[in-house]
Structures are given as C-alpha cells and as structure tokens.
Design a protein around this ligand. Structure first.
Ligand code: FES
Length: 84
C-alpha cells in the first residue's frame, strides 16, 4: 500500500500572475515546490520551522511562511514571490 506522503497531485498553481502546471507530493511544502519545480529561488530555506521568515511569500495578499504551508493548500490561491 502506498503511503499518503508519496501520493502525487498534478495541478495548476497561480504564481506571480501566471498559471503553472506542477506535480508534487501531497506532503510537499510550498517552499520546495517553488524552488524545485517552478524555478523560483527567491524564497529561501532557512530554519524550516517558521522562525526566520526567509521563505516568506504572499498568499492571497497575506504574508505566509512557505516552509509551513503545504503546496496542496494553495491550489485555489494567488501566490506572489519576491520574483513577482
Ligand atoms: S525557513 Fe525559516 S520561517 Fe520558513
């Protein structure tokens, strides 16, 4: 049986005003999807526990830490990174 952490989803994410088709694991954090699947490296991995803010992006106009946000949570939202 496949664990839920290895299940993948293919979807479009709205990033910096563009729709991008991406595939990621359900358990994957937004920070990793932005950096590794979308080529957007402006959000940086720092503490990875919500303390430093190096990974901050805007989601629907609200600053949020992408290391604490699952990519699957932002499917219907507007993501704005430093590149945007
Ligand atoms: S990496 Fe430090 S708050 Fe996200």
């Amino acid at each position: 049986m496949e664990s839920s952490s290895s299940l993948k989803v293919s979807t479009k994410l709205s990033i910096n005003g563009e729709e991008k088709e991406v595939t990621f694991r359900y358990s994957e954090i937004l920070l990793d999807v932005l950096r590794n699947k979308s080529g957007l490296t402006g959000a940086k991995p720092g503490c990875l526990n919500g303390d430093c803010g190096a990974c901050t992006v805007n989601i629907d106009g609200v600053a949020q830490k992408s290391c604490l946000t699952l990519a699957v949570e932002v499917r219907e939202k507007e993501i704005l990174t430093i590149e945007g």
